[in-house]
Design a protein around this ligand. Structure first.
Ligand SMILES: C[S@@+](CC[C@H](N)C(=O)[O-])C[C@H]1O[C@@H](n2cnc3c(N)ncnc32)[C@H](O)[C@@H]1O
Length: 300
């Protein structure tokens, strides 16, 4: 029996076919790429273990039978089941580095990556960074990214989910950082000890209304990584209440709250949030100094 895809032979053919299938208007691009072409290139090239850059030399190369089945199956699952590309590939790119991911963790996409690429400047100034916490770490992408930037620091990755901790540990091994990066299962600060120079966090912050309206792609991600109560602030409230006890005297707290920014500002009019700007997209990330948190708590 023949099938319409029997004529597809070359890398170029599969890229073209993926673009046509991904033109389906109900597909949502929110997990690393934001357009049909980039999604098609990543799916086809990475399924074939080919580089994403400088790959035009392969455009006329033919796929083997096994490669054809693999690429076609992944295109089908992306379109019919709305599975995010990163889960199909088992990898995602963050700060230009690969991370292992699957449905146990969110797909990395936090704007905190851009902040780390800028070495947390100008906010960090000349403060020494010896110890960093990535709270609510998921795949470990933010903390591992921080370890690459601050090469003399030790980094702890923590998450309430044992499944996320298993993925984070895989990524620590893959990045060969076991000597100074560790993963700890903890309900926020409950199992953590000591003080950190920098606490970075991309916690769950989606409010109930946005959870109900999410495109199907997000339903493949663990709800524990997204949902944060009616106003999206359930976890942020707890972080703000305790962070001062886990920061050094001139430590920094940097937390992403996305669309919940307005609700947070309304809930804490007396906290001097600095809302950070990003050139590569993203919003709703605040920075507070340890002293701000201490002053606020002592005034309560
Ligand atoms: C938005 S995801 C972010 C993952 C990762 N930081 C990233 O940027 O890709 C939030 C993570 O917080 C974790 N989490 C949810 N509630 C938590 C809690 N009470 N304590 C610690 N981690 C929690 C979830 O398991 C999930 O991995």
């Amino acid at each position: 029996m023949t099938s319409p895809t029997d004529d597809l032979q070359t890398v170029r053919d599969y890229l073209r076919y993926a673009c046509t299938r991904f033109a389906d208007p109900s597909l949502y691009f929110g997990h690393g790429t934001d357009n049909v072409w980039d999604e098609a290139v990543q799916l086809v090239m990475r399924s074939l273990q080919l580089p994403l850059e400088n790959n035009t030399v392969f455009l006329d190369a033919r796929l083997t039978r096994e490669e054809r089945s693999l690429v076609l199956a992944r295109i089908e699952r992306r379109v019919s089941d709305r599975v995010p590309l990163a889960y199909l590939l088992g990898e995602a790119w963050f700060m230009g580095m690969p991370f292992r991911v699957d449905e146990r963790v969110l797909v990395p996409r936090s704007p905190l990556g851009e902040l780390l690429e800028n070495e947390l400047q100008p906010w960090l100034g000349d403060r020494p960074v010896q110890r960093i916490l990535d709270l609510c770490t998921g795949s470990g992408c933010i903390g591992i990214g921080a370890a690459h930037v601050f090469q003399d620091a030790t980094v702890e990755l923590s998450d309430i989910s044992g499944e996320a901790i298993a993925v984070a540990n895989d990524n620590i091994r893959m990045h060969e950082l076991s000597d100074r990066v560790s993963a700890i299962q903890s309900d926020l600060f409950a199992s953590l000890e000591g003080r950190y120079d920098v606490i970075l966090s991309n916690p769950p912050y989606v409010d109930a209304e946005d959870m109900a309206d999410m495109p199907d792609e997000y339903r493949h991600e663990p709800a524990l990584g997204l949902a944060a109560g009616k106003d999206g602030l359930e976890i942020a409230h707890r972080i703000l209440a305790d962070a001062a006890d886990y920061l050094t005297d001139d430590g920094l707290l940097i937390v992403e709250v996305g669309n919940s920014q307005a609700a947070l500002e309304e809930a804490y009019p007396e906290l001097p949030f600095t809302w950070l700007a990003f050139s590569q997209g993203g919003e709703g990330v605040f920075l507070l100094f340890a002293q701000d948190l201490k002053n606020w708590r002592s005034g309560q």
